[in-house]
Every structure is written in C-alpha cells, then in structure tokens.
Design a protein. Structure first.
Length: 291
C-alpha cells in the first residue's frame, strides 16, 4: 500500500488563505516571504487581503496557490509519501514539494506562466467551459466535430473544454443537444490547456531553459501521460506540453490505484481534488492534509 500527496490548481484560491499560518508558524511564514522575495513584490498582501479580483488574476493566483500549498506542507511537518501529483499549476507545487524545484524558482516560473497565458490570447477571444453529464469519449467526439480542445478530464461526467470563444460556445450547444446536464463557462480570464496557448508554451520553454529541475525525491505522476515520470529533462518537456494539452486527472487517479496507492492527501487550499477522487475511485481514501 502506498500514498500520494496531490496539489490543486487554479480555482482553489480564496482571499485570506494561509494568513493564520503566516502569523503563527515560522516554517509557513518563511515560504510566503521567499515567494515575495522571488517576485520582488508583496504577493502576500493580495493573498491575505485581496481584493478577490486581484488575487484571481492568472499572474497572481498561480504563485499564490503554490505558496499557500507549500506553506501548509511545511507547517504540517508531514513526511513526503512515495508519490506526488498536481492538477495543472499544481504540478509545479508537487515538484517543489519533492525538491525538484526551489520555492523561488517555482514562484518565478508560475508568474511567467500566468503572464504568458494572459498574453497568448486577447481578452475575450478565448473561453473555458465545463460540460457536466457526458463521458469523456462523447465530449471528445463533439470536440472533434467543432474543433474544440479538451482542457481537463477531471472525473466521470465532468470535462472542461477550451479554445476560441465562438468554438467553445458552439461546442457547449452541441453538448447540450447530446444530453449534457449542464454546459457553462468558467470564470477564468484565459482559455487554458488548448492550442490558443501555443505562444505561452514557447514562453515557458524559454523560462525553463535556465532553471534546474532535479530528480524528484518522490515519484511524480504527470498530467501529460497519467503515469510516473522521473527524468528531469522529460519533466521539463511535460511542463511545456501541458500548456497546450489537457490535464488527464481522471486517468491519473486510476493509475494511482493501479500503482497500489490507497491513500490520497490533498495539500493546499480547497478540497477540489478530494471530491474528484471520490467520484473517480472510491477505493482510494482521499482526505485533506491535517495541520
């Protein structure tokens, strides 16, 4: 029997997350201070005090979620398990937790990632939406017909799509016609994990050129392959690849089960991944990290 720590992506944030830890736990405070120093600004002011519109900006929310997640991990003094994984930007957090990236490098990369994602598509040109009530194969079939991209295969019956606004809207309508219970836009400022992010993938390749990724101390399960990945060069390519391709979270959790993982601990704000696990594989006991 094995266990895994998983780290959330965008959408897990809330104003004030991590503030109590910052005020009471020196290890957590050191993480937040290191992120502020790496970015050359007080991101912690936005994390702790908002406003929410500033926190949810892609360039802020990505390093903010990473900082809060690592602060929680350090505050807990928990021993890292055999495996780690992350959802989208959570991959950077997972790699940081496993010693493959420093906190400062992770913060700078996620700031670059957020800026690149925002710059890749003009405001209003792209859209991200969630389809509820159709299986992944049906959504892929619809997307193939509309030229839309599957951004996240989150769990059975929950698939995120992304791309040009008019294409996503057409795909949402087709999904409803096919029997989807819901098809609705998500409150994201950019289209994610789709071909529109090709310029962002190029930007991340450049950003990663001068950053050392070490071999993770825990086995990393990657969004790209939904399987283990340990080679630093392969991991670097995976971080570029994920900009334009979907997150295979459902398959990743099923792979965890196949690897003998029976315990999943979500480390970070929110409980999105804990909830998804319950809908993917009930044989894995999913819980939040205790601090």
């Amino acid at each position: 029997m094995s266990s895994v720590f998983v780290f959330p992506g965008q959408g897990a944030q809330s104003v004030g997350m991590g503030r109590e830890l910052y005020e009471t736990n020196p290890a957590a405070r050191a993480v937040f201070d290191e992120v502020d120093a790496a970015l050359g600004e007080k991101l912690t002011d936005i994390i702790f005090n908002g406003p929410a519109d500033d926190l949810t900006l892609t360039r802020n929310v990505q390093p903010a979620i990473m900082a809060t997640s690592i602060a929680m991990l350090r505050a807990s003094n928990a021993e890292l398990p055999e495996y780690v994984a992350g959802h989208s930007l959570g991959e950077y957090t997972a790699l940081c937790a496993a010693g493959a990236l420093s906190v400062g490098d992770a913060a700078r990369l996620l700031r670059a990632r957020g800026d690149a994602m925002q710059s890749a598509a003009p405001v209003g040109a792209g859209l991200t939406a969630v389809i509820i009530g159709l299986d992944i194969d049906k959504v892929r079939e619809i997307c193939a017909a509309t030229d839309c991209d599957v951004a996240n295969d989150n769990c059975p019956g929950q698939v995120v799509i992304s791309g040009a606004k008019e294409i996503v809207e057409r795909t949402m309508a087709a999904a409803k016609d096919a029997g989807a219970r819901r098809a609705m836009p998500l409150a994201l400022s950019v289209p994610v994990h789709c071909r529109m992010q090709s310029p962002a993938a190029d930007a991340m390749r450049a950003a990663l050129e001068n950053v050392e990724i070490k071999t993770p101390s825990a086995t990393f399960i990657a969004n790209k392959t939904a399987d283990v990945m340990t080679d630093p060069a392969e991991i670097k390519e995976e971080l570029i690849y994920q900009m334009t391709h979907g997150v295979r979270w459902r398959e990743s959790v099923l792979r965890m089960h196949a690897l003998g993982i029976t315990e999943m601990t979500e480390v970070g704000p929110g409980n999105v991944l804990t909830g998804l696990c319950g809908r993917i594989c009930s044989e894995i006991n999913a819980k939040k990290l205790e601090i």
